[in-house]
Design a protein around this ligand. Structure first.
Ligand code: IMP
Ligand code: MG
Length: 186
């Protein structure tokens, strides 16, 4: 199988360079799934992925999950087509699953200001789940504006714009197999 994994990439006029390799991602994703396997044994968790960004990460994560589980998606938008958050969340697709009494694991590609995840946690809590935890591949701790408790983190990264492995710049670049960082940082 071949993946799309160049060292540098121009996306919508901005240059990005390789930041987290496919091997590093695969290893971390498998380790996160192992933690879920042991923490949620006998709990049949439901993963709720935040579209669009989390679709590739969640698909890979689930293939390492060996306990009974379910999946559903919600679609939010906070970025528009820019590199900075618009500061408000729009719900573009609501949740279909009934999560009352369920153990919910919210899945994000990246937590930046925390706005989207705070919105998610608040929305899910209203539905009386048995528990809610947060699992994100990437976290930019220095960008936090809205605090949320994060239970599982793949990688903590500096506050720079990243691309690939599901994450986009103006909707492009999601198909990159590795994670890239904008190249205006030294
Ligand atoms: P937050 O609401 O500010 O935490 O932003 C979360 C959402 O913004 C994520 O789910 C991503 O979709 C998007 N996002 C945040 N940072 C980046 C980035 O560096 N690259 C691509 N998308 C990002
Ligand atoms: Mg997202």
């Amino acid at each position: 199988m071949s993946f799309y994994e160049p060292d540098k990439i121009v996306c919508n006029g901005s240059l990005f360079r390789l930041f987290i390799t496919k091997e590093q991602i695969d290893k971390r994703v498998a380790a996160l799934a192992e933690q879920v396997n042991s923490d949620y044994k006998d709990k049949k968790p439901i993963f709720i992925g935040v579209l669009n960004g989390a679709f590739i990460f969640l698909a890979d994560l689930m293939r390492h999950v060996s306990i009974p589980c379910e999946v559903d998606f919600i679609k939010l938008s906070s970025y528009g087509d820019d590199k900075v958050s618009t500061g408000h969340v729009t719900e573009l697709k609501e949740l279909d699953a009934d999560v009352e009494g369920r153990h919910v694991i919210l899945i994000e590609d990246i937590i930046d200001t925390g706005l989207s995840m705070k919105y998610m946690v608040d929305r899910i809590q209203e539905k009386n789940p048995a528990s809610v935890s947060v699992l994100t591949l990437l976290h930019k701790p220095d960008a936090t504006k809205h605090f949320v408790n994060i239970d599982y983190v793949g990688f903590q990264i500096p506050t720079h714009f990243v691309l690939g492995y599901g994450m986009d710049y103006a909707q492009e670049g999601r198909n990159l197999a590795q994670i890239y960082v904008i190249d205006d940082v030294t």
